[in-house]
Design a protein around this ligand. Sequence first.
Ligand SMILES: Nc1nc2c(c(=O)[nH]1)N[C@H]1C(S)=C(S)[C@@H](COP(=O)(O)O)O[C@H]1N2
Ligand SMILES: [Mo]
Length: 201
Amino acid sequence: MSDFSPGFRGRRDPDVDPSRVPPGQYVTGDFPVLSAGPTPSVGLDEWMFTVDGSVSDRKQWSWAEFSALPVEDVEVDIHCVTRWSKLDTRWRGVSVDTLLAEVETTADFAVAHSYGGYTTNLPLEDLIDGQAWIATTFDDQPLTSEHGGPARLLVPHLYFWKSAKWVRGLSLTDDDTPGFWENFGYHNYGDPWLEQRYHGD
Ligand SMILES: Nc1nc2c(c(=O)[nH]1)N[C@H]1C(S)=C(S)[C@@H](COP(=O)(O)O)O[C@H]1N2
Ligand SMILES: [Mo]
């Protein structure tokens, strides 16, 4: 068996600009699936996205309402804490700015909640100003369920565990509340350029 599948861009691939690869990462053409539990199945008729917590009024969107929101095309590099990076990934989604424009908040933090129970925490400032999306397509196709469909959070500037699959909402909080992996020893913030993999890095 060959070590290199046709689309593979290995760590010695001369086409890869090393300045785009954070320390300790290798570039892959694959799209590995990493899930801490079973893939939840949510029908689009029951799917809801909710912004709640420290907000003036909680906001909810059905799939039909969510699908009517403006979308953005995003091409970004993603970096998993298990050391793979994937360059120039193409997504379409609703900017978190668009969703948060509907609420008033004094919160400094957010917890993303997923169908299936996964959670991850982020400073609110990392979700705004064009840094985060609720993605519904990958490579022009509806997001597959193994990669988080129908919708996942996409926060490419942090390690990919912050990009919650099967996301069902954001709870805005005044205090920082560690999520699933953050409670299991992953770094609370997770900047790939600073190699913030685990607690204490
Ligand atoms: N709901 C949920 N979201 C999740 C995870 C998970 O287990 N459950 N794993 C995270 C981790 S560790 C990574 S690296 C990415 C993997 O996304 P992928 O399976 O699409 O590559 O999803 C993140 N989002
Ligand atoms: Mo990961």
